[in-house]
Design a protein around this ligand. Structure first.
Ligand SMILES: [Zn+2]
Length: 217
C-alpha cells in the first residue's frame, strides 16, 4: 500500500525562524463581509519553515532556485539515522559511513536527528550539526541534495559572526541543494521512499518554501 508522509511543518504566525530572519505573517487582505471573498496577504523570508537553499544563498555567482529543473528535487530517499546525537553534537563521517554504499548521484540524503520533535521550543536551536569533513565526504559520493529535520545542517548561533558554515559551503559550493526544517524523517527510516522537495518557483531566489513529502511503498 502506498503511503504519503508529510515532511513539512505548517506555516503559521509566531512560528520559529532562523535568528534574525523575517517572521511569517499571514493577514487578511480582503474578507467576505466587505468584499465577498477572502484573500490573505503573505510576508515571509526565503528560508521560512520547511524550505530548500540554492547555491546563491552563499555564493554570489551560484544558481538560484528557478535554475534547477523540477526533477532535481524528486528522487529516492536515503535516510541516515543520527537520532542518538545530543544537543550541539557534531555528526561526523563515522556516523554516516555505514550508509556510504547507498549514497550516490540522484539520491536525496535525509539526515534524521529527531530534532523536529523540538519544533517551536528553545531546544530547537540546539540541534546537532554536520561536520564540514562529513559534508565533504557526502558530496564526494555524488550526492547533491541533503535534507535535515533541524534548523540548519550547520551549528546555529544567535550571533552570525560566530558561525562556521562548513555544510552550507560544501554542499552549495558543489552546486547542490539543502533542505531544512523537515519533519517525520523517522517515519521513512529504513523504508523505500520517493521524496519530493519541490519548492515554490520563485525567480532569482536563494531559497524557497517546500511542502516536502515522501511516497512510501
Ligand atoms: Zn535555508
Amino acid at each position: 500500500m502506498t503511503r504519503i508522509i508529510d515532511l513539512a511543518h505548517p506555516l503559521e504566525e509566531g512560528m520559529q525562524v532562523y535568528p534574525g530572519d523575517p517572521v511569517f505573517c499571514c493577514r487578511s487582505a480582503a474578507n467576505i463581509p466587505e468584499h465577498g471573498y477572502n484573500v490573505r496577504s503573505l510576508s515571509l523570508g526565503s528560508h521560512t519553515g520547511t524550505h530548500v537553499d540554492a547555491p546563491f544563498h552563499f555564493f554570489a555567482d551560484g544558481k538560484t532556485i528557478d535554475h534547477f529543473p523540477l526533477s532535481t528535487f524528486v528522487g529516492p530517499a536515503l535516510v541516515v539515522d543520527v537520532s542518538s546525537k545530543k544537543s550541539r553534537e557534531k555528526i561526523v563521517w563515522d556516523d554516516l559511513a555505514p550508509y556510504q554504499t547507498a549514497m550516490g548521484e540522484g539520491v536525496i540524503l535525509l539526515v534524521c536527528t529527531g530534532w523536529s520533535d523540538y519544533w517551536g521550543r528553545p531546544e530547537y536551536f540546539e540541534h546537532p550539526y554536520l561536520a564540514r569533513d562529513a559534508a565533504q565526504k557526502i558530496v564526494a559520493t555524488g550526492v547533491r541534495i541533503v535534507g535535515i529535520d533541524a534548523l540548519s545542517p550547520d551549528e546555529t548561533h544567535l550571533d552570525d559572526s560566530e558561525g562556521d558554515w562548513g555544510a552550507h559551503e560544501t554542499i552549495l559550493g558543489a552546486g547542490g541543494i539543502i533542505a531544512e526544517n523537515l519533519r517525520n524523517l523517522g517515519s521513512i527510516l529504513g523504508k523505500t521512499a520517493t521524496v519530493s522537495l519541490a519548492p515554490l518557483h520563485i525567480s532569482g531566489s536563494d531559497g524557497a518554501p517546500t511542502r516536502a513529502f515522501a511516497i512510501c511503498e
